[in-house]
Design a protein. Structure first.
Length: 213
């Protein structure tokens, strides 16, 4: 197939149809075949890191595939619980506490814990206003994390649980501390339905189905 020479063509060998992500993983058949999806932009390596997403919706194409969030927009629910099973708000609206799913593992086998939630929130470059509103993040336990606000702020979930920021999208603390930010962009590890295989800038991003999702 011929292509215009200057047209940036990126082939993602995955299906990123968000509607397909809501099926119960236990009921899914073993992944088969290959999907090629051509994009009209070149994928930037910065999009592999949730912390790098700043005010642009396009990188979420990649985030929905490689990574996962505590709460995120899904079909029929603009704030669907994902890595968070549930959350509560204190009567004074200053404290939000999230109960995390247990038994979840990153693509490299590392367990997902509340430490990853705190680490990811503090790294998010596009969440300056959100961080200013949060007085303290407390890891209550391996699967429970608490956000204490400076003052009541009704928009907390609008900034944390939607695509307004990527602060709720989780990156692996132990892995990034080992390989560094640049190493993470070269070989990202996430919690999403697809795991990274390879990236040829301007040509293709290859991922494969993660059966542990």
């Amino acid at each position: 197939m011929s292509r215009p020479r200057r047209a940036p063509v990126v082939l993602l060998l995955v299906s990123l149809l968000v509607a397909g992500l809501v099926t119960d993983a236990g009921a899914q058949a073993k992944p088969e075949g290959e999907m090629r999806w051509a994009l009209y932009v070149t994928i930037a390596p910065a999009w592999f890191d949730p912390a790098e997403v700043i005010g642009v919706i396009t990188p979420f194409w990649v985030l929905y595939a490689l990574h996962d969030a505590l709460v995120k927009p899904m079909p029929g629910n603009l704030m669907a619980p994902s890595l968070a099973e549930s959350w509560t708000v204190s009567p004074d609206q200053r404290t939000y506490e999230f109960k995390l799913r247990e038994g979840v593992k990153f693509h490299n086998g590392d367990p997902f814990t509340a430490e990853d939630v705190k680490f990811s929130f503090l790294r998010a470059k596009g969440a300056k206003l959100l961080r200013e509103k949060v007085r303290e993040i407390t890891v209550v336990g391996p699967h429970r994390v608490r956000f204490q606000l400076q003052e009541p702020w009704p928009d907390f979930m609008a900034f944390y649980g939607t695509l307004a920021t990527s602060a709720a999208w989780i990156a692996p603390k132990k892995y990034i501390e080992r390989v560094g930010d640049d190493g993470f962009k070269k070989a990202p590890v996430g919690l999403g339905p697809y795991k990274f295989v390879s990236n040829t800038p301007g040509i293709e991003l290859v991922m494969e189905a993660y059966e542990g999702y």
